[in-house]
Design a protein around this ligand. Structure first.
Ligand SMILES: NC(=O)c1ccc[n+]([C@@H]2O[C@H](COP(=O)([O-])OP(=O)(O)OC[C@H]3O[C@@H](n4cnc5c(N)ncnc54)[C@H](OP(=O)(O)O)[C@@H]3O)[C@@H](O)[C@H]2O)c1
Length: 320
């Protein structure tokens, strides 16, 4: 089968097209004929070798095939979407049954892929970590992105009173507003507090969801109100934030939480109630996952470069 793989760690240039043997489904796994594979920001970190240590390190020796999610058909004819630790950038993939969900009628492969890593992340950020309560103000960074665009819509769906989006261009901010944000502003660290409070009628906010990191994460802590929650789930800027001292957290009644989907899926599987809820909301038209761009499988490098260059909106797909 055809696949995109890498023989060394590095930037998008390490991805190369290759003809490789078909994967073999192990116990509890099924083989999926891949209709589309999802691209995630995490794939960039994965091929850069940033996940080579610790309990959730990338598995197996090089060369390896990256890609954590596929949509397609099983041998017995089921249309499915599924999560895998690696091997998604290929024409076929072996996926554990516990990490699969059936696609409901009317939900496309691209929409379903948007719901997997990015959708589950947005769901857990709001429900499991920030535990947003009705009427609260939620700030979503990179709100035109795959995860951010879904977080905006789900915050609405879960009862947030006001959703404030940040994004780096007019076009991206327009998309965030179309997805249901009440206000959309530039997310740069300079002047962050003034813009966010200005978008919230002068008041500090209840929740901020951040995966930009660095100075933006620091700035976000300064926009939180009483009992505010800041959730960090990535660092697209690849900059480290300065530490927020515990005394400040106590004095200002702030909570900083973190989230990573991989340990959660390792524990519970991907195909559970949260994914089913996301798929059902999409089938009913209440959630509109955005597919921003599709690339032929062999152009996976371009997808990575576009993502790194902040040129994308919504979910990116590879078509084998
Ligand atoms: N913890 C988890 O389990 C988990 C799961 C999914 C994703 N994530 C993280 O969430 C973030 C978003 O992932 P995604 O796949 O949904 O990607 P995405 O949001 O579709 O794309 C990344 C966006 O990040 C923003 N960004 C800000 N500074 C950037 C920089 N220096 N370089 C590149 N982009 C920058 C850009 O939006 P603007 O141009 O509008 O700023 C860009 O479009 C990533 O950091 C990812 O690692 C974490």
């Amino acid at each position: 089968m055809r696949a995109m793989r890498h023989e060394r760690y590095g930037g998008p240039e390490v991805l190369e097209e290759a003809e490789v043997p078909d994967p073999v489904a192990g116990p509890g796994e099924v083989l999926v004929d891949v209709e589309a594979a999802g691209v995630n920001f995490g794939d960039i970190k994965d091929i850069a070798g940033e996940l080579t240590e610790g309990p959730y390190a990338a598995q197996g020796p090089l060369p390896r095939i990256p890609g954590m999610e596929v949509a397609g058909r099983t041998g017995d004819g089921r249309r499915v979407v599924g999560y895998l630790r690696q091997g998604g950038y290929a024409a076929k993939a072996a996926v554990a049954e516990r990490d699969l969900a059936p696609l409901p009628e009317g939900v496309g492969a691209g929409e379903a892929l948007a719901l997997l890593v990015q959708g589950l992340t947005a769901w857990h950020l709001l429900r499991s970590v920030a535990r947003v309560r009705p009427g609260e103000t939620v700030v979503v960074h990179a709100a035109a992105g795959g995860t951010g665009g879904l977080a905006v819509q789900l915050a609405r769906e879960f009862g947030a009173g006001r959703v404030i989006a940040t994004a780096s261009s007019e076009e991206k901010r327009a998309l965030a507003l179309e997805l249901g944000a009440d206000a959309a502003v530039d997310g740069e660290a300079d002047g962050y507090r003034e813009r966010i409070l200005g978008a919230n009628r002068g008041r500090p906010v209840d929740v901020v969801l951040d995966a930009v990191g660095g100075p933006v994460l620091d700035a976000a802590a300064g926009a939180l109100g009483f009992l505010g929650r800041l959730v960090t789930y990535g660092a697209s800027s690849r900059q480290a934030a300065t530490a927020i001292p515990p005394t400040r957290l106590a004095v200002e009644n702030l909570t900083v939480g973190g989230f990573w989907l991989t340990p959660l899926i390792t524990r519970d599987g991907a195909g559970g109630a949260a994914l089913e809820e996301l798929l059902a909301l999409t089938a009913r038209g209440r959630l509109r996952p955005q597919v921003g761009a599709e690339y032929p499988l062999e152009r996976a490098r371009d997808a990575h470069e576009d993502l790194l260059g902040r040129r994308t909106k919504g979910k990116l797909l590879l078509r084998p």
